[in-house]
Design a protein around this ligand. Structure first.
Ligand code: GN1
Ligand code: MG
Length: 352
C-alpha cells in the first residue's frame, strides 16, 4: 500500500496519510479509501484507462458537473453541500484533478462523511432515490456546457446488439457452442428489435437526449443513516443519453430481489413495491421536464436495462472476459443468465 500512499501524496490533501485500503465493488475502476489524521478522509481511484480512453475529457465532464451542482445547491440555500456533491482534489503542483504515474491515471475525491452505500433498498429508500435522480437530471438540464461522451454510444442498444453479433461471429475463445449461451442468444434475438426502439424513436425526432448519470445502480448512491439520499457518486459516465438510462438502471439493481451475479436464477424476481415507490419519487421531481413520450415509455425502460446488461455480460463472456472484472470463469455467464431472468420477470410483472 506504500505505492498508493505515494500516489495519493501528489494530491493536495489536508493532513497526513495514515492508511490506504480497498473500497467498494465496482467492476471497472479500482477504488481505495485514504484515511488521514486531518479533518477529511479521501477516495483514491485508478481510472480504467482501457475503457475511459480520454481521461482529460472524463475529468473535464466531472468538474463541470460537480461545479454546476455545487452552484445550484448554493443558490437553493442548501446547508450540507459538503455531503451532497463530490469534490475532486487538485494536484499539489497543478490545477489538474488527475495524476498520471507513467502507466495509470489516478484521481482523488473527498470521502463523504457518515454516508453508506447499500445494495438492497426498501420502498421508502427507493422513493428517496427516485426523487434524487429526478433532481440530478433536473439540475443538469441547464448545464451551459456540452459534455463529451466518455464512452461513445454507451447505452445505445443497437450498438450493443452489433457488439454481440460480432462476438458471436468471432467466437474468440470457443464459448458460443455452449447450450446455455445458445439459449440466451435465441431469447435475446427474439427481443432485440423491440428493445432497440429508443434509438428508432430518437431518429424520428420523438425522443431527446439529456444529460444523464448512466450508471445509476443502487450502489452508486450514498445514503445517510436515516435512509435519505445524500449524493450520487461514480460520475464517469455522466453524458447525454435517454432519461431511460437513469430510471431503468436503478430499477435493474434495486428491484432485483438478488444481486446481479447471484447464481440462484430461480430467486431473481422483480420487486413491484420498489418499482412503484421509485417511479412515484422520480415522477415527483422529473415530471416537470419529461415529455409524454418519455413518460409513456418508462415501463419499456424497466425492461431495457436488464436486457441490455444481459447482452453486455454475454458479449463479454463470449469475448473471453475482457471488459468486466470477474472472480471465476463463468462469472459473466451467470450475470447474463441472472439479468435475462430479471428481464423476464419485468415483462411478466408489467404485462409488457
Ligand atoms: C459497470 O462502474 P461500475 O462497476 O459501477 C459498468 C456499468 C454496468 C455495471 C454492471 C463504464 O459499472 O455500465 O451497468 O458495471 N460501467 C461501465 O454492474 O461499463
Ligand atoms: Mg461506473
Amino acid at each position: 500500500m506504500d505505492s498508493l500512499k505515494y500516489i495519493a501524496g501528489h494530491f493536495g490533501l489536508i493532513g497526513n496519510i495514515l492508511e490506504v485500503s480497498p473500497l467498494g465493488e465496482g467492476l471497472i475502476n479500482d477504488t481505495y479509501i485514504v484515511r488521514t489524521d486531518g479533518k477529511d478522509d479521501y477516495v483514491l481511484q485508478r481510472i480504467n484507462h482501457a475503457i475511459f480512453k480520454d481521461v482529460e475529457l472524463l475529468q473535464r465532464n466531472i468538474e463541470l458537473v460537480t461545479s454546476h451542482i455545487r452552484a445550484r445547491l448554493e443558490a437553493s440555500g442548501e446547508n450540507d453541500i459538503e455531503r451532497k456533491v463530490l469534490e475532486f482534489i487538485r494536484l499539489k503542483d497543478s490545477d489538474r484533478t488527475f495524476y498520471h504515474d507513467g502507466s495509470s491515471y489516478w484521481r482523488v475525491s473527498r470521502f463523504i462523511k457518515d454516508s453508506v452505500t447499500v445494495s438492497e433498498v426498501t420502498p421508502e429508500s427507493s422513493r428517496q432515490a427516485g426523487i434524487a435522480f429526478g433532481e440530478f437530471q433536473a439540475m443538469l438540464a441547464d448545464l451551459p456546457h456540452q459534455l463529451g461522451e466518455t464512452i461513445p454510444d454507451f447505452h445505445n442498444m443497437e450498438l450493443r446488439a452489433r457488439q454481440l453479433a460480432e462476438a458471436v461471429e468471432t467466437d474468440a475463445v470457443g464459448r458460443c457452442a455452449q447450450p446455455q449461451v445458445q439459449q440466451l442468444l435465441v431469447e435475446m434475438n427474439e427481443n432485440m428489435y423491440e428493445m432497440c426502439k429508443a434509438e428508432r424513436m430518437h431518429r424520428e425526432g420523438l425522443l431527446p437526449k439529456r444529460i444523464c448519470h448512466c450508471d445509476t445502480k443502487v450502489s452508486n448512491m450514498l445514503y445517510d443513516k436515516d435512509g435519505k439520499v445524500l449524493c450520487v457518486i461514480d460520475l464517469d459516465t455522466v453524458m447525454p443519453s435517454f432519461v431511460f438510462s437513469d430510471y431503468g438502471d436503478f430499477l435493474r439493481t434495486a428491484a432485483n430481489n438478488v444481486a446481479e451475479d447471484c447464481p440462484q436464477i430461480d430467486q431473481v424476481e422483480f420487486d413491484m413495491e420498489v418499482y412503484t415507490a421509485f417511479t412515484e419519487g422520480y415522477l415527483q421531481s422529473a415530471s416537470g421536464f419529461l415529455t409524454d413520450v418519455e413518460k409513456d415509455n418508462l415501463p419499456y425502460a424497466v425492461a431495457l436495462f436488464p436486457f441490455m446488461q444481459a447482452v453486455r455480460f454475454l458479449t463479454d463472456y463470449i469475448n473471453g472476459d475482457t471488459y468486466y472484472k470477474t472472480a471465476y470463469s463463468d462469472h459473466n455467464l451467470v450475470r447474463a443468465c441472472n439479468q435475462m431472468a430479471l428481464f423476464r420477470s419485468v415483462v411478466r410483472s408489467l404485462n409488457l
